[in-house]
Design a protein around this ligand. Sequence first.
Ligand SMILES: *[C@@H]1O[C@H](CO)[C@@H](O)[C@H](O)[C@H]1NC(C)=O
Ligand SMILES: *[C@@H]1O[C@H](CO)[C@@H](O)[C@H](O)[C@H]1NC(C)=O
Ligand SMILES: *[C@@H]1O[C@H](CO)[C@@H](O)[C@H](O)[C@H]1NC(C)=O
Length: 476
Amino acid sequence: MFFRKPSPIPPLHSLPSTTSFSKTKDPHNNNKLRYTLFSCLFLASWLLVLRHFWFPASTATTTTTQQRQRHTTCHGSGPFYIYTLPSRFNLGLLRRCQNLNIYTNMCPHVANNGLGQPLQTPSWYATHQFIAEMIIHARLENHPCRTWDPDTALLYYVPFYGGLHASSMFREPNHTLRDSLAVDLVDFVQRQPWWKRHNGKDHFVALGRTAWDFMRTQDGPDFGANIFLNLPPVRNMSVLTVERQPWQGTNQFAIPYPSYFHPKTLPETLTWQNQMRQRARPHLFSFVGGTRKGLEKAKVRDDIVKQCGESKRCALVRCGSGDGKCHDPMKVLEVMSESVFCLQAPGDSFTRRSTFDSVLAGCIPVFFSEHTAYTQYRWYLPTERDTYSVFIDEREVGEGKKGIEAVLMGVSGEEVKRMQEVVIGLIPRLTYAHPNASEVGFRDAVDVALRRLSRLVMDQTGRLQNAQDLNTLTIV
Ligand SMILES: *[C@@H]1O[C@H](CO)[C@@H](O)[C@H](O)[C@H]1NC(C)=O
Ligand SMILES: *[C@@H]1O[C@H](CO)[C@@H](O)[C@H](O)[C@H]1NC(C)=O
Ligand SMILES: *[C@@H]1O[C@H](CO)[C@@H](O)[C@H](O)[C@H]1NC(C)=O
């Protein structure tokens, strides 16, 4: 069980109590955040009204007669086709949602197209960290670039809920059984006429779990994974995953973990960004997480928890068994939105959902491993890592080394301001917009992926869309 992430404590159906963290004893804090949320909402609705008058109608175009009339236009990505799979590969799995994860009942999490249970403020949900595959599926179904005519598609989306299936089979000792649905899927897809055109190079899947869960090898350790990503046809496809295998995952592209904000409109997003710009941030840094006993990759966490606990400038939210605080979305966001820097240490795997929570809270992430973000989210994050993050090599943390606090104190106020602006600017593209919104008004995580995939497929297959598409595609 090397890479397994423990699942959160059961769902939060509403915003729970107002008890504060050990270092944030101010009872107004929660109210402040709620006030922020509510004023966001108010402003958002107002902006929506304005927008209606400024842009009364959006033009609808259709490329073929088969393509259903949409109210919106496809910008910047080639048309994609969604395979209709037998339901055992996706929605059918949800029928036994109690058994989709060996640690937790997934039923509340798969609700609302994978957004999970709504929080008190509209557009906010207690979204499970490993559920991106469902949100992406729902979002693509309503996406303006979708075509119903497979012959006109540039991209082919295979809506397989591979992550949910994998986590239901971690403890299946019979490997043939554990792998069988993935093997079936590949059989199904390979039999489709559109597969043969480019040997699957224009096909993609999206997985809500890390690549490690699908890369069991003959002689490697058995930590519950299946062999999906090692099947030769899948190696020809593009695989979107919340964590790519940094060395072998050449066809793997890391996509953001879903956070809690799923806006339907640009004004909602702009309002939230502005709120985060104006936030007072009394904590220099914070860490939301626990330690991992005996896990070499997470050793740095011991030092982080120790240093944070000893510093007056650090807010520590410890995640231990039975402690729900660190799984309460609003608590997590609150402490992050009151911090300048948020420490992002590797845990069971290199990446963390927490990175995306911290960006959403306008908190500058501090990384300790290259593989927590830099070798992962290349489609999403600036190439210049210093513009939005701080890197402290994990080998430089510990007894007799320069402390984390000292490193962060060394960043000038001006630099902090600049980095915060970049971080807040990243919010839209790292967000999964509400799947039922077809014209969101900004480019979200799914739009970014579609553009990049379109580019990639045009390069790989030598296919060119018309010149106009090409122009928009170059502004990725
Ligand atoms: C999206 O719309 C459909 C159809 O109206 C509805 O069944 C579904 O619950 C909606 N999804 C969310 C997340 O609100
Ligand atoms: C594993 O499952 C397969 C498929 O159900 C079955 O044919 C095979 O006998 C099983 N192997 C073992 C060792 O039980
Ligand atoms: C993968 O693509 C290559 C061509 O790029 C092709 O030769 C090979 O047969 C494909 N593999 C599968 C399993 O389709």
